[in-house]
Design a protein around this ligand. Structure first.
Ligand SMILES: Cc1ncc(COP(=O)(O)O)c(C=O)c1O
Length: 401
């Protein structure tokens, strides 16, 4: 809760000269350690007998450190999260008509992975409070053709993994047994769930180290984590043309320079998440008592990584009024916001045709109310206060409109 005087004072902070994007283009913080690690890796590669060898140290070191961080047995480094989602879907050997349940409020990558592997996407609804795949809707949509449940750990918060795993066990596939749960954690590196880190639960989890993510390996990169030895061996092989398992593959390797920087970023990850959490909680406290802004919900058993600070407006403000709020934040205060994300089928014709006849009305309604406001671990407390104050002033103006 901010008093009127505190709001006025907070808005004396100079208006940013560049709009603060909701997903800043560098999501983590880079320092001299990253530069030194990259230079050292390049210097080592200058030895003709070493070069940039695609499975050479420190790639296995980064994989081991990441597996340890997540508390799982295997981690396989790759060039980006998308190919990791594809690999795990291909490993399932989906047959035409095999179904995979994917939250509709999502980045397109998971649904594209199902589509690309020859499966049928089944859109799931989200819980309007957490924006995560809704277990009750999953249970209602399971059929004897369901091969996987594919939640995204949306915007930095964990999906309700235990509930989803339990549903998968309760409705085994007639041939393949318990339905596996596969997590897309592209936006949730470093988040927590029931005392574990995201990346431990389920058959496999796929992470992104893209430039905007919680940590980045020189702008691109990803990791697949799993406890399943066969799946880990498969991913390790198909990231380099699949010879080891005699399967289709292409080149999806991470370079050793990226891995060297990844080791440094991983050591700092908890401090990045700590900063995101501190800023998010402070902002939530400042916005308390503003009924038109419903701040992000953190279930008691989760540690939100706040990749995005995801808010809702009330139903009466859905659509046009929410859009005006976002526009006003940008035009008057240089604060960017983003709708992350609308149901995928509304924006991707190919996937809409693939899933013809399916709609998720709850998700459609929620995303008319949803907006994510800028947050970054390097953000100052003053800028964070300015953003909260700007949000309140915009709401006050819209109340009069
Ligand atoms: C939820 C989600 N999944 C997958 C991806 C793809 O990640 P990458 O760019 O590393 O392939 C993204 C990227 O923004 C994402 O947000």
């Amino acid at each position: 809760m901010m008093t009127d005087q505190e709001i006025t004072q907070a808005l004396t902070f100079p208006k940013p000269t560049t709009v603060w994007k909701a997903e800043p283009l560098l999501g983590s913080i880079y320092g001299e350690e990253e530069v030194e690690a990259a230079v050292a890796a390049i210097r080592e590669a200058m030895d003709i007998h070493k070069g940039f060898g695609f499975s050479a140290p420190p790639i296995p070191d980064f994989e081991q450190a990441f597996a340890d961080y997540c508390g799982c047995r295997y981690a396989v480094a790759i060039n980006s999260a998308g190919p990791g989602l594809d690999m795990v879907m291909r490993w399932l050997k989906l047959q035409p008509g095999d179904e995979v349940i994917v939250p509709s409020v999502n980045y397109p990558a998971a649904a594209l992975a199902v589509y690309g592997a020859g499966g049928q996407v089944v859109w799931g609804e989200i819980d309007p409070r957490t924006f995560q795949l809704d277990p009750a809707d999953v249970a209602a949509k399971i059929t004897p053709r369901t091969r996987a449940i594919f939640p995204v750990h949306m915007n930095g918060l964990s999906a309700p993994m235990d509930e989803l795993i339990e549903i998968g066990q309760r409705h085994p596939h007639p041939v393949h047994g318990p339905i596996p749960v596969i997590g897309d954690a592209a936006r949730a590196c470093g988040g927590g769930y029931k005392g574990t880190r995201i990346g431990k639960k389920g058959l496999a989890t796929v992470f992104s180290f893209h430039t905007m993510k919680n940590m980045t390996t020189l702008g691109e990169g990803g990791m697949v984590t799993t406890d399943n030895e066969e799946l880990a061996t498969y991913c390790r092989s198909v990231r380099m043309y699949g010879g080891g398992v005699d399967a289709w593959g292409t080149s999806n390797v991470m370079t050793k320079v990226q891995a060297a920087v990844g080791l440094v970023q991983l050591r700092k990850l908890d401090s990045f998440i700590g900063a995101r959490r501190r800023l998010a909680k402070a902002r939530t406290a400042m916005l308390a008592g503003v009924p038109e802004i419903i701040t992000p919900h953190e279930p008691a058993d989760c540690e939100h990584s706040y990749y995005l600070y995801t808010c809702l407006v009330p139903e009466a403000w859905a659509g046009a009024r929410r859009d005006r709020l976002m526009q006003m934040l940008q035009d008057d205060f240089a604060i960017g916001s983003v709708i992350a994300n609308r149901p995928v089928y509304l924006g991707r014709k190919m996937l809409a045709e693939h899933t013809k006849g399916q709609r998720c009305p709850i998700s459609e309604a929620v995303t008319e109310r949803l907006f994510c406001v800028s947050l970054h671990p390097a953000m100052s407390n003053e800028l964070n206060r300015y953003i909260a104050a700007a949000m309140i002033r915009c709401v006050e103006r819209l109340r009069q409109a």
